[in-house]
Design a protein around this ligand. Structure first.
Ligand SMILES: O=C(O)CCC(=O)C(=O)O
Ligand SMILES: [Fe+2]
Length: 518
């Protein structure tokens, strides 16, 4: 899926401009008598201004990204499925075949990305909810297209309803109700901007959600209110629909004794469990002064007398440090460019779930590189070795260091709390991209190094959930920590996460070093 990398989406936006131009050619070469109206009709949906307004950084705003994914899926996806329809055109005219061929060329040139699926759209919608929840965004502003101080196109009623349906599919009724109520409130502030059918749809969805949350008497109440408020403006058809719903929900309420109609809404268990992690992501948790008063910055010596690194010690047990100015802008530019076309969906590593993608858990794309792939990679591996004192040897086998992973996060991209160690010997159940031969006798991941290749405008911190530390990405720096104790035991205080990216495109290079204990 495309939404797992912001930078991939930026490339896709370039393809869209080319798609528009071949569509325009198709429009010029055909007319109403060619029997291709099914495609020509899309002319009205395509807003050239929207396509041309995409400039640098556009996709770094999740609302923009959502609008874009929606357009790619519904409009371009619609055109593509018309073109791919085998029985629709018995004698396809030449311009149609040309159009089809040109789109395929664009697709091929840009890495086969132009098919944006309904799954992409659903993930983008859920990303908006995740960001709202994690960063406690103001929902009214969010619906109006505003995140922090960035204003963009508002979410349409359709889009909010779509987001609500995604919540519904996952049984997140509490959140769905909050969203629907906010939407209803927005709409009532300027009723003239909406149709009575829109009001009816929102009210009926809200009623149905209340019923699913086992409060059908609330469904009755709010629909009755909708009838009285909208009395003059509702069409007969919509009134009928609402009346029918009222009868239905009254029946449902009938089964529930009056005394038991005091249920109130409460947040979903799944969200309650995440509250402290989310507070860390916002930087809202204060650490114990006993711990923080012992934290210092040092010039960390290396084997080279003239090379010292600015180290900010963020925690002692286990040691977690930020290292400043350890990669140059030139190296960063090279590596991003080098990695972009090789990015693939990130998998969740480990012996148990190894090699699987899980979009509830991790939303990013990764490219893996041997150090020898280019001198720049070898150079940064050597630098890490110099600074940490850990061996980064890859050959001869076994590895002391894994391949370098270049990573770019997606829309609302994150990596939920986890440990980097495997906990069991890696050669037991190796999974791609791990190859058994390289890891036999390597041991387990004992330390993690992560370069930040970008600043992140908002969100995207690396947080340690046990020691309660929040590390905000700073371009050119790196965070370094130990996952295994000196005695070789796994250190469960190393649990950490990459928080959802709110605004920006987060890039990193990750590297893991092996002990020989297991
Ligand atoms: O991106 C981050 O901040 C954390 C990533 C991480 O923990 C990992 O890739 O293992
Ligand atoms: Fe990690």
């Amino acid at each position: 899926t495309i939404i797992t990398s912001i930078s991939k989406m930026e490339s896709l936006a370039l393809s869209e401009k080319e798609m528009l131009s071949v569509f325009q050619t198709f429009m010029r070469e055909t007319d109403d008598n060619d029997g291709v109206d099914a495609i020509r009709r899309y002319q009205d949906d395509i807003k050239q201004d929207d396509i041309y307004s995409i400039t640098d950084g556009f996709m770094e705003n999740p609302i923009n990204a959502f609008h874009f994914v929606k357009r790619m899926h519904t409009i371009w996806g619609g055109i593509i499925s018309e073109l791919d329809c085998d029985n629709c055109f018995l004698h396809p005219p030449k311009p149609l075949l040309d159009f089809q061929r040109r789109l395929q060329e664009i697709d091929k040139r840009h890495g086969n990305m132009i098919h944006v699926s309904s799954a992409d759209l659903s993930f983008a919608a859920l990303a908006i909810v995740r960001l709202w929840q994690t960063y406690k965004l103001n929902l009214s502003q969010l619906i109006q297209g505003k995140i922090l101080d960035e204003q963009t196109e508002p979410l349409t009623v359709d889009e909010v309803m779509y987001i609500c349906r995604q919540l519904d599919d996952d049984n997140y009724y509490y959140k769905e109700i909050i969203w629907l109520q906010e939407l209803q409130r927005e709409m009532r502030l300027s009723p003239q901007s909406y149709t009575d059918t829109q009001f009816t749809r929102v009210a009926r969805q809200l009623a149905s959600t209340y019923a699913k949350a086992e409060m059908p008497w609330q469904s009755v109440k709010l629909l009755e209110k909708e009838l009285s408020v909208g009395n003059d403006s509702l069409s007969e058809v919509n009134k009928k629909k609402i009346e029918r719903d009222i009868t239905y929900f009254k029946q449902k309420s009938g089964d529930i004794p009056m005394g038991e109609r005091n249920k109130t809404l409460s947040p979903d268990e799944r969200d309650v469990n995440k509250a402290s992690y989310e507070a860390l992501c916002r930087g809202d948790l204060k650490r114990n002064v006993k711990v923080t008063s012992r934290l210092v910055c040092i010039y960390r010596p290396t084997k080279l007398p003239w090379y010292r690194v600015k180290e900010e010690i963020l925690n002692h047990k286990p040691r977690v440090s930020m290292m400043y100015n350890v990669i140059t802008d030139a190296e960063i530019d090279f590596i991003k460019e080098f990695a972009l076309s090789k990015l693939k969906e990130s998998t969740v590593a480990g012996n148990v779930v190894g090699g699987t993608t899980n979009y509830k858990y991790r939303i990013s794309q990764t490219a893996w590189f041997l150090q020898t792939v280019h001198s720049n990679f070898l150079k940064i591996a050597k630098r890490i070795e110099l600074i940490t004192g850990l061996s980064t040897k890859q050959f001869p086998l076994p590895y002391d260091a894994e391949d370098l992973q270049v990573l770019n996060y997606g829309v609302g991209g994150m990596y939920e709390p986890h440990e980097d160690y495997f906990g069991t010997p890696i050669d037991v159940a190796p999974n791609p991209p791990f190859h058994s031969a390289e890891f036999i006798n390597s041991g387990d991941r004992e330390a993690t190094w992560m370069f930040y290749l970008s600043d992140v405008k908002a969100g995207g911190a690396t947080v340690f959930t046990d020691i309660k530390a929040t590390v905000s990405p700073v371009k050119n720096s790196a965070v370094f920590w130990y996952d295994i104790k000196r005695n070789g035991n796994l250190d469960d205080r190393s649990t950490h996460a990459g928080c959802p990216v709110l605004l920006g495109s987060k890039w990193g290079i990750y590297n893991y070093y092996y002990n020989k204990f297991l």
